[in-house]
Design a protein around this ligand. Structure first.
Ligand code: GLA
Length: 390
């Protein structure tokens, strides 16, 4: 009898723990590689409407960007009416999204793409122009699910002052209960170091404040993000904010470095420019399949900074198949510099020979290389290689 009771206790305990885990953690199976898509904020801010979003979906497909992996069309702030309706529901802004959000999501889906939306873990969003979801998490998650939303970016403005660690998981559970599998992109700007707890809560978490379309802001964000490299993993990624490539504030070489750093850091590749009027240079950067493949590599390990001498840096990380990715960065503006790295710096056995592929030149060097490599790197530029030990 006593034995039987003890067994019942164990069974009960196992059941309780199992249900606790399944309620607490997101576990939605999404984001096995970093998410790729487009978001309205960096280029358009609050200046958005349904025509723009539909044309962007069209352009993502016609430009070939959808074909190389960009799949989410995400509307950021300012999509809803100023107030909820009398039942407490959110609605698309009557002036700018008159057909409603469900119709827009249907259109995006008809293009073979996925649809994302935005809210805040506060009473209003960051623009102040629409309500946030604090206190309405379940209701809003249900609304999003009923519209066919695939992705939620959840911001951190106009809060009640409670901890992010408490507020963000409320939406995790609301999404789980919504009846639809929704990617959860947490945006609490690194306040409570979400890299350390985010994997249970969301699919990605911002590690920084908002990016600006400048070389220094881009580097500032990727440096902070680098400090959390070890926490990134399939299903949960560090997010140093969306891409500025194509917005005009940086040179071609600077945007190549921006995209390369995001790719090796397994950062979300969320385009932040106007893809309807995309220039050729930006297209060639965003559509580089070899660089995208580094970001989407099945191993899912974030590369990090392994060496620094003043403005010169070596970043490296493992890829599937025993390959290594190596990025050489010249942050300075004082002319072309030589950067050297040793095999030990990038995790290759010292005596191994390796082949070297430049993924921007799309060129594999004829000779294999041993021990170390020295490369010329122009100012405000990077070189990006994949090494295959042979
Ligand atoms: C915050 C976020 C941005 C953007 C704006 C919208 O600043 O960090 O990415 O969503 O809000 O108001």
């Amino acid at each position: 009898m006593e034995k039987k009771q003890a067994l019942q206790c164990v069974v009960l305990f196992v059941c309780i723990s199992a249900s606790w885990i399944s309620v607490e953690s997101l576990g939605n199976g999404l984001g096995l590689t970093p998410q790729m898509g487009w978001n309205s904020w960096n280029h358009f801010g609050c200046n958005i409407n349904e025509k723009l979003i539909r044309q962007t979906a069209d352009a993502l497909v016609s430009s070939g960007l959808a074909n190389v992996g960009y799949e989410y069309i995400n509307i950021d702030d300012c999509w809803a009416n100023y107030n909820r309706d009398k039942w407490g529901n959110l609605h698309g802004n009557d002036a700018t999204f008159p057909s409603g959000i469900k119709a827009l999501a249907d259109y995006v889906h008809s293009k073979g793409l996925k649809f994302g939306i935005y809210s805040s873990a506060g009473t209003r969003t960051c623009s102040g122009r629409m309500p946030g979801s604090l206190g309405y998490e379940k209701q809003d998650a249900k609304t999003f699910a009923s519209w066919g939303v695939d992705y939620l970016k959840y911001d951190n403005c106009n809060t009640d002052g409670s901890a992010e660690k408490q507020r963000f998981p409320v939406m995790t559970q609301a999404l789980r209960a919504s009846g639809r599998n929704i990617f959860y992109s947490m945006c609490e700007w690194g306040y409570q170091e979400p890299a350390k707890w985010g994997a249970e809560v969301g699919n990605s978490w911002r590690t920084t404040t908002d990016i600006k379309d400048t070389w220094s802001s881009m580097l500032f964000n990727i440096d902070i993000n680098d400090g959390y490299a070890k926490y990134a993993r399939p299903g949960g990624w560090n997010d140093p904010d969306m891409l500025e490539v194509g917005n005009g504030g940086m040179s071609y070489n600077e945007y190549v470095a921006h995209f390369s750093l995001w790719a090796i850091s397994k950062a979300p590749l969320i385009i932040g420019c106007d893809v309807i009027n995309l220039n050729k240079e930006a297209h060639s950067i965003l559509a580089n399949k070899e660089v995208i493949a580094i970001n989407q590599d099945s191993l899912g390990v974030q590369a990090n900074k392994v060496k620094k001498y003043g403005d010169l840096e070596v970043w490296a990380g493992p890829l599937s198949g025993g390959r290594k990715v190596v990025l050489l960065l010249n942050r300075g503006n004082q002319g072309t510099k030589l950067i050297t790295f040793n095999w030990a710096d990038v995790g290759i056995p010292p005596n191994s020979a390796a082949t070297l592929r430049d993924v921007w030149l799309h060129y594999t060097y004829k000779k294999t290389i041993r021990h170390k490599l020295t490369v010329r790197v122009a100012p405000h530029s990077c070189r990006l290689f994949v090494l295959q030990p042979v």
